[in-house]
Design a protein around this ligand. Structure first.
Ligand code: GCU
Length: 674
C-alpha cells in the first residue's frame, strides 16, 4: 500500500464513465519530450480508470478518431475566445464529436500537460466532454511554491508531518517526490523552492558539490513536470562556506565567489531557476551590515545568475524585530514600504521582490501591503501562506482562497491598471517576471496536508494563480468533487464548510483587524497579551477605554499615508476606514457605534459567540455525510473538527473575558462571560 494518498488526483468512475466507455482508445501526439511522456502516462492512468481501458499511443495518421490528440496549436484551434494567445503555457481543448476525438492544442509541451490536467478534472468532476470548448492561458507567469523545509527533516511552521525532501542532513528522493511533482504540475505550479528561507549551516551547502548531484536529480524530475527548481540561499554563504571574512555585496572577493558558485551550479543544473533570499530579516544576514541597500545585495546575486537565465527572488519581509513596546512611533507595518519603496527602478531585470500580502505577517485579516502600489519599475511576487500558521495550523478549517481573492482584487490606485492581480500578473507594467508564491502546507503525512480540508488551500492556490478570475466557490466545488466524489450532497456540504470557514475563524479569533492575540512562538491558540509587551512590533494597545493602533498620519504612526489616494484619506479617518480593518488603523473606544448599530464591545462579544456557532454548523454539515465518505477520511476530519470546536470555545471565552474585564461593559444579551 502507498504511504501517501492522492488528494484531488483521486480519479474515479462517474456518470461520464458509462457514457464514454470504450470510446477513447488512442493517443496521438505532436510532441515527444519528457513532459509529454508524463502527460501521456497521466492520460493512460486517468482514462484507464474513468473509461475502463487505457488508451494506446499511436502514430499520427490522416483520419484520427476515437481518442485524444495532443496537438501543436494553430489559430484554427481557437474555438472559444475571440482573442487568445496560448503563449508557452496556454492551451485549447475541444471535442470533435464526429470523430470522437478530444483535441488538446498548445504551443509547447507544458501547455499540453496543463490542458490534459484540466481535461481530467473536467471528467473527474462529472462534466460532459461533448460540451468542452476551452481556451486557457495562465494569468501569472511564475506560480511558485515555497517550502520551509529544513535539511534535518523538520518543517518551520509545518503542520502535516516532516519534510519529504530532507531527513537528517540527507536528501530524500523516491516515489513520493515524483508523486509530489505530479501533484504540483496538476495545479499549474511552475517553480518550487525546496528549502526554508531561513538557511542554516548545512543548507548553505545545497549550492555546492556536496548536494548538487541530488539537486540535479530534483531539477530533472521537476523539469519533466514543467517546474523550475529554486533554492533558498544564505546571504552570508561567502563567509559561512566560502572562507571569506565578509559578505559585503560590493566587495570584489564576494562578487567573485558568487559568480563562480553560480557558474558551477548552472554547469551541473542548466535548468536551475535561481535563488530565493531572506536577508536582513529576523536575524538573517544581509546588506545592511555593510551599509548597503537591498538593491546592492539583490543585484550582486542577480548578476551571478543572469548569464544562465537565472532569477533572484528577494523577500521584502524586513523589519525591526527588536522593538520596544513602549515606543509608539516605530510601526512594524511601515517597514516593507520604508525599506523598499525608495528603491523602485534600481533592481536588475532578473530580480523579483517577494512581498507578503499584508504589512505584518499572514494574519487572518490585514490590509493589503502598500508596497505593491509604490513600485512601477520592479518585478513583484505576491507572497501568501497556505501553511496555516496564524489561521488554525491545519487543525482548524480555514479556506484561504476567498482571502487571496480579496487581495488580488484590491485596487492600489497606482495606475488605471493598479489591481494587485494586474500588477503581479505583469499586465500593469508589462513585466515578464512576476507572479505569486505560497508558503506551502505539505508534509509527509499520508494525506499530505494534515487536515484533509487544508488541501483545498493548496489546490486553490494553484487554480487561482492560473486563473485569478475564478470564484472561490467554483474552486471549492471542483476540489470537493475531485477529492471526495461528485455526489451532490458531498459537494454542497463540503463547499459550505469551506466558504464559511475563513469568516468563522476571523469571528472567534480576531475582531476588526486587530490580530496577534496568539501564543508567542508557536502561534496556536489564544493569548491576548502574548505579544503585547514583546519586541516584535505586534501590539493591540487595549486599555480600559478602547483598543486598536492609531496608524493615521495626523496622530498615529503615519502608516495610512503609505497608500495612494483615495486609500490614504479613507484609512486616515475612523468614519471611512472599512470596518473589518478599524482596529488595525485606529484606537477606538469600546462604545463606538459601528454601521451595524452595535458598539465595538458588543461586536466583539457577538462575533465570538457566532464564530463558535459556525463551527457547530460545520460539524453538522460534515456529520450529514457519514456513510458517503470513506470511513477513514470521515473520522479523520471529524476528529479535527472536534479539536477546532474546543479551540474556538477557548478563543471565545478568553477574548470575551479579557475585553469584559478591561472595559467593565456587560454583554447586552447576558451570555456567560467569565
Ligand atoms: C514568520 C514566521 C517565521 C518565518 C517568517 C518569514 O515570522 O513565524 O517562522 O521565518 O515569517 O516569513 O520569514
Amino acid at each position: 500500500m502507498c504511504s501517501f494518498e492522492k488528494c484531488w488526483l483521486n480519479y474515479a468512475c462517474n456518470e461520464m464513465s458509462s457514457k464514454y466507455a470504450g470510446i477513447f482508445k488512442s493517443i496521438y501526439s505532436d510532441f515527444d519530450g519528457t513532459v509529454t511522456g508524463n502527460t501521456i502516462a497521466e492520460i493512460k492512468e486517468g482514462f484507464g480508470i474513468f473509461f475502463g481501458k487505457e488508451p494506446v499511443l499511436l502514430e499520427k495518421q490522416a483520419n484520427m478518431c476515437d481518442g485524444i490528440w495532443l496537438k501543436q496549436y494553430e489559430k484554427s484551434d481557437n474555438k472559444a475566445a475571440d482573442e487568445f494567445e496560448p503563449g508557452t503555457e496556454g492551451y485549447s481543448i475541444y471535442y470533435d464529436g464526429e470523430n470522437q476525438l478530444i483535441v488538446v492544442a498548445a504551443s509547447g509541451e507544458n501547455g499540453v500537460m496543463y490542458g490534459v490536467f484540466e481535461l481530467l478534472r473536467i471528467i473527474q468532476s462529472g462534466r460532459d466532454i461533448c460540451d468542452i470548448n476551452i481556451c486557457h492561458a495562465p494569468k501569472m507567469p511564475i506560480r511558485m511554491i515555497d517550502h520551509w523545509d529544513n535539511i534535518m527533516g523538520d518543517i518551520e511552521r509545518g503542520y502535516s508531518g516532516d519534510s519529504f525532501f530532507f531527513k537528517e542532513n540527507e536528501i530524500l528522493f523516491g516515489d513520493r517526490t515524483k508523486a509530489y511533482a505530479r501533484m504540483m504540475a496538476s495545479i499549474g505550479i511552475n517553480a518550487i523552492t525546496i528549502n526554508n528561507v531561513n538557511v542554516h549551516e548545512v543548507e548553505s551547502y545545497l549550492i555546492t558539490d556536496r548536494f548538487l548531484g541530488m539537486m540535479k536529480k530534483y531539477s530533472d524530475l521537476f523539469v519533466s513536470y514543467g517546474i523550475k527548481l529554486y533554492l533558498s540561499v544564505n546571504f552570508a554563504s561567502p563567509m559561512q562556506i566560502g572562507g571569506l571574512g565578509v559578505c559585503d555585496p560590493l566587495d570584489d572577493g564576494v562578487i567573485k565567489w558568487w559568480n563562480e558558485t553560480s557558474r558551477h551550479v548552472y554547469e551541473v543544473i542548466p535548468e536551475f531557476g535561481g535563488y530565493l533570499v531572506k536577508a536582513d530579516s529576523e536575524g538573517r544576514p544581509g546588506p545592511f551590515t555593510y551599509g548597503r541597500t537591498h538593491a546592492d545585495g539583490a543585484n550582486m546575486l542577480a548578476k551571478s545568475v543572469s548569464p544562465f537565465g537565472g532569477n533572484v527572488v528577494w523577500r521584502c519581509f524586513v523589519y525591526n524585530c527588536k522593538q520596544d513596546w513602549r515606543d509608539r512611533k516605530t510601526d512594524r507595518a511601515r517597514a516593507a514600504y520604508d525599506n523598499f519603496a525608495g528603491l523602485d527602478g534600481q533592481f536588475d531585470d532578473n530580480v523579483i521582490l517577494q512581498i507578503k500580502n499584508g504589512p505584518m505577517d499572514f494574519q487572518v485579516r490585514e490590509p493589503v501591503s502598500p508596497l505593491f502600489g509604490a513600485m512601477k519599475k520592479t518585478n513583484m511576487f505576491l507572497e501568501v501562506q497556505a501553511a496555516q500558521e496564524y489561521t488554525g495550523q491545519q487543525r482548524h478549517i480555514c479556506y484561504l482562497v476567498p482571502m487571496w481573492k480579496e487581495i488580488l482584487d484590491f485596487d492600489t490606485h497606482a495606475s488605471d491598471r493598479g489591481c494587485i492581480s494586474e500588477i503581479v500578473s505583469g499586465k500593469a507594467y508589462g513585466n515578464r517576471l512576476c507572479g505569486m508564491a505560497a508558503v506551502t502546507n505539505t508534509g509527509d503525512d499520508a494525506n499530505w496536508t494534515g487536515h484533509d480540508f487544508a488541501a483545498a488551500n493548496l489546490f486553490g492556490y494553484g487554480m487561482l494563480c492560473f486563473d485569478t478570475e475564478r470564484s472561490a466557490q467554483d474552486i471549492a466545488a471542483e476540489w470537493a468533487a475531485c477529492t471526495f466524489g461528485i455526489d451532490k450532497e458531498i459537494v454542497d456540504n463540503v463547499c459550505r464548510m469551506l466558504i464559511m470557514s475563513w469568516p468563522a475563524y476571523e469571528k472567534y479569533t480576531s475582531p476588526l483587524g486587530i490580530g496577534w492575540m496568539v501564543n508567542p512562538s508557536d502561534h496556536y491558540g489564544p493569548n491576548v497579551d502574548g505579544y503585547e509587551y514583546d519586541v516584535w512590533g505586534t501590539y493591540h494597545r487595549a486599555d480600559c477605554k478602547g483598543v486598536g493602533i492609531d496608524r493615521s498620519a495626523a496622530t498615529g504612526t503615519g502608516y495610512a499615508a503609505q497608500y495612494n489616494s483615495p486609500w490614504r484619506e479613507l484609512y486616515e479617518r475612523v468614519e471611512t476606514t472599512p470596518e473589518e480593518l478599524l482596529l488595525f488603523f485606529h484606537h477606538i473606544s469600546y462604545d463606538h457605534v459601528l454601521s451595524t448599530k452595535k458598539t465595538v464591545i458588543q461586536h466583539i462579544y457577538d462575533t465570538h459567540f457566532e464564530g463558535v456557532e459556525d463551527v457547530e454548523r460545520m460539524i453538522g454539515l460534515w456529520k450529514a455525510l457519514e456513510g458517503k465518505i470513506d470511513a477513514a477520511r470521515f473520522a479523520r476530519v471529524l476528529e479535527r473538527l472536534t479539536v477546532q470546536y474546543e479551540s474556538s470555545k477557548e478563543w471565545r471565552d478568553r477574548i470575551n473575558t479579557y475585553f469584559y474585564r478591561m472595559s467593565g461593559i456587560a454583554d447586552s444579551k447576558g451570555r456567560t462571560i467569565y
